[in-house]
Design a protein around this ligand. Structure first.
Ligand code: HEC
Length: 166
């Protein structure tokens, strides 16, 4: 073996040792990282769900698209942070959540793309049914999600502002 290839072999060993050490470190960090409670995450989702409704009713499609995206990200965070939540065992939250919400989210996105209030309302109800369906699977039949009637917060304008005249 040339001096160079010995050097290269040693370098490889130390690289893989370093990678192993980093992998261990990442596992440790993941364990100690902040894992929000599912109930806490649901409160955020509840607010987005309500805002989405009022945006759609006002036919403020930009706001509706924004709230839908936020809702989708909040669902993604639930899957990422609570993939094996005990309440669904032996089933996996990471499988159940997308199954319950993917179709309605796509339908909502389409309704927003079409600027169609009737389509939006139908898709919104199917999303709410998905929320309630998942609560049912979790054994929480008393958590029934419906169309909101009153905005909880009214400091975010729902009506689209007309573009300012130049
Ligand atoms: C993965 C399945 C799942 C989906 C989908 C889901 N939830 Fe939940 N939700 C739960 C579980 C489980 C709980 C109970 C959490 C707990 O025990 O802390 C819950 C709790 C809640 C609560 C009660 C929170 C509280 O502290 O009062 C609300 C409100 C809620 N969800 C709203 C929604 C809305 C709105 C949607 C749909 C936009 C939705 N959820 C979709 C599983 C789900």
């Amino acid at each position: 073996m040339s001096a160079f290839s010995i050097f290269a072999a040693e370098q490889k060993t130390s690289d893989s040792a370093e990678i192993d050490a980093l992998k261990k470190e990442i596992t440790k960090l993941k364990k100690s990282a902040y894992h929000p409670e599912l109930g806490e995450q649901m409160l955020g989702i509840q607010i987005r769900h309500a805002r989405l409704w009022f945006a759609g009713e006002a036919q403020n499609w930009n706001l509706a698209a924004f709230e839908l995206q936020e809702l989708k990200e909040a669902f993604d965070a639930v899957v990422e942070q609570n993939p094996e939540h005990a309440i669904f065992q032996p089933q996996r939250l990471a499988d159940i959540l997308p199954a319950m919400t993917k179709g309605p989210i796509t339908a909502l996105r389409d309704s927003i793309d079409h600027s169609s209030k009737p389509e939006f309302e139908k898709a919104f109800d199917s999303l709410s049914a998905g929320c309630t369906g998942c609560h049912h699977v979790a054994g929480n039949d008393f958590l029934v999600i419906q169309r909101p009637k009153t905005p909880i917060l009214d400091n975010l304008q729902t009506i689209a502002t007309p573009p300012s005249k130049k």
